[in-house]
Design a protein around this ligand. Structure first.
Ligand code: SF4
Ligand code: SF4
Length: 250
């Protein structure tokens, strides 16, 4: 009973953190921006979002996609939308859309920075002189465009559809996870004891990334590039089948 309360508390804290992050998005937007990094590259400047993307990649080597469930403002935005559309996102081949976007975007950054003669300076406040991203009327247009795109996807295509289909940050972390798996580095993962599973499928119903967690448990294959380590399956399982583990995995 005490454990169940503690688990429910963890999810309440997680939701509170991502809602706070959503509220702070007008401040943080440029530090997550796929555009500001291109503008910086065109002038040979390493900007704030460049640094954040590097840190996301490095963190994923040990923490997987924890950012996506515990920090990202788009997480708060999309989880609010569960009240409007709680259907599963289709995923599957559609998950590759974000890779198409990512590869094109990285290629543009590379071309732009090569044309500019390489990186020569660091300005983490590039295009963000006041430190606050939405500090002028034009910035509201960008802010609401990003918000509306994620909202429309969540309302029409299902739970956290933006994470599946368009997120430009997810590939950095999926890439980091693959590297970690190849080298078998210890990291935060899910672990399951399939023998204890009673197939109630609560984990599958609760998964915000629409993964068939019950099937993952049955196959003893808890590694999934779309898993964001939110812990809903850990905290909602009546038999405590799934746990967090900091290990090298299988
Ligand atoms: S919630 Fe737990 S017991 Fe139920 S299907 Fe998932 S792993 Fe099995
Ligand atoms: S598998 Fe579990 S930890 Fe991973 S996204 Fe789904 S509910 Fe969250």
């Amino acid at each position: 009973m005490a454990k169940a309360k503690e688990q429910a508390r963890r999810q309440r804290i997680r939701r509170a953190v991502i809602l706070l992050s959503l509220l702070l998005f007008p401040v943080t937007m440029n530090y997550l921006s796929p555009y500001v990094i291109i503008d910086g590259a065109s002038q040979g400047i390493i900007n704030g979002s460049f640094l954040v993307f590097v840190l996301l990649f490095l963190s994923s080597l040990f923490l997987g996609r924890l950012w996506c469930s515990w920090v990202c403002p788009a997480a708060g935005l999309q989880e609010i939308c569960f009240a409007v559309n709680d259907k599963s996102a289709r995923g599957g081949k559609l998950n590759w859309i974000k890779w198409g976007i990512w590869i094109l975007w990285i290629a543009i950054i590379a071309l732009v920075v090569i044309s500019a003669g390489g990186y020569r300076a660091i300005n983490l406040l590039h295009l963000t002189d006041s430190g606050i991203s939405v500090d002028r009327p034009e910035a509201y247009f960008i802010y609401y465009t990003v918000v509306v795109v994620f909202l429309v996807l969540a309302w029409t295509a299902g739970r956290r559809a933006g994470c599946h289909y368009i997120c430009w940050m997810a590939p950095f972390m999926i890439f980091g996870r693959k590297i970690r798996n190849v080298f078998k580095w210890p990291s935060l993962r899910l672990k399951a004891d399939a023998d204890k599973c009673i197939d109630c499928k609560r984990c599958t119903r609760n998964c915000p990334m629409s993964l068939d967690v019950n099937a993952m448990v049955r196959a003893s294959a808890m590694e999934n590039s779309e898993c964001i380590l939110c812990g809903n399956c850990v905290d909602g399982c009546p038999e405590n089948v799934i746990t967090y583990s900091f290990s090298a995995g299988r």
